[in-house]
Design a protein around this ligand. Sequence first.
Ligand SMILES: [Zn+2]
Length: 130
Amino acid sequence: MDSEQQIFCGNCNQKLQILSEPCESCGSVKKNIVLELVDKFEFELKDCLDGKVINPSLRSKDKMREKFTFGASQSANGDWAEKTRIINRDKDYYFEEVKNSKGEIIHHSEEKLSDHKGHGTDKFNNPTSH
Ligand SMILES: [Zn+2]
């Protein structure tokens, strides 16, 4: 899977080149990331796409404001599942959806990020737990 990433200012919609720099025209650090997927490999290549939105003005531990994952993984019965996960710390939002190869939703979770604690393996969800 090939992808093209475009970054736009979340405030004035100016197209930006560098994710970690504030907007040249208005100075905002809000970003919208548009990912254009080019499926020239069709569906043979199962790949995982990760992205994040960073606010460079915050301390390193708080910099990451949003994280998203689109990926495919093989389940126990051999079927491929497509997984989408979005974590947004600014909006206190957690979204996770898993579809099987027929496009049927087999897992759906949408909740407040602050309610989504204690799953253990996801360090990103527990910035204040220690
Ligand atoms: Zn701007």
